[in-house]
Design a protein around this ligand. Structure first.
Ligand code: HEC
Length: 126
């Protein structure tokens, strides 16, 4: 029993060792850029869509982009425009596209609102 545990533990350590030494799967940004040409008609070349019914995807996190494209591809999320596009993509292509759009840098300016009273609470009647 203890011998088994030791063996298992050793296996685990060896696996972890291999895992940490393996190179991180590199996303191919160039491939992502090429693939993104088919997205630009709707999402814009900069990932900022001109059409207000199409979401901006520039600078979105790779995790979100990847999972969303997987969801369109497998039917978890459905959209007549996106579903056929995503279901034609391989998981590698999805990773590359996600990495490409995630690498865009955005600058955001949050508006400062002037303090304004929108309504005045009325005292309860009676
Ligand atoms: C024909 C127009 C069109 C094309 C081409 C297109 N998209 Fe889209 N995309 C849309 C629309 C419309 C939506 C919003 C769909 C919805 O409401 O779910 C969307 C949604 C998305 C979303 C989800 C965004 C979010 O905020 O949830 C991602 C990610 C995305 N598209 C990526 C891509 C990528 C990558 C490509 C190219 C491979 C692409 N799209 C090509 C129209 C398009």
């Amino acid at each position: 029993m203890t011998a088994h545990r030791h063996a298992l533990g050793l296996c685990f350590v060896v696996l972890l060792g291999i895992n940490t030494q393996a190179p991180v799967l590199a996303q191919d940004l160039e491939n992502g850029q090429k693939l993104a040409e088919q997205c630009s008609s709707c999402h814009g070349e900069t990932g900022i869509a001109a059409d207000p019914t199409v979401p901006h995807i520039a600078g979105q996190s790779a995790v979100y982009l990847e999972s969303t494209l997987i969801e369109y591809g497998n039917g978890t999320r459905q959209n007549p425009l996106m579903s056929p596009i995503a279901s034609d993509l391989t998981s590698e292509q999805i990773r590359d596209l996600a990495a490409w759009f995630a690498s865009f840098e955005l600058q955001v300016t949050v508006p400062t609102l002037k303090k304004k009273k929108f309504y005045k609470a009325k005292p309860p009647l009676g």
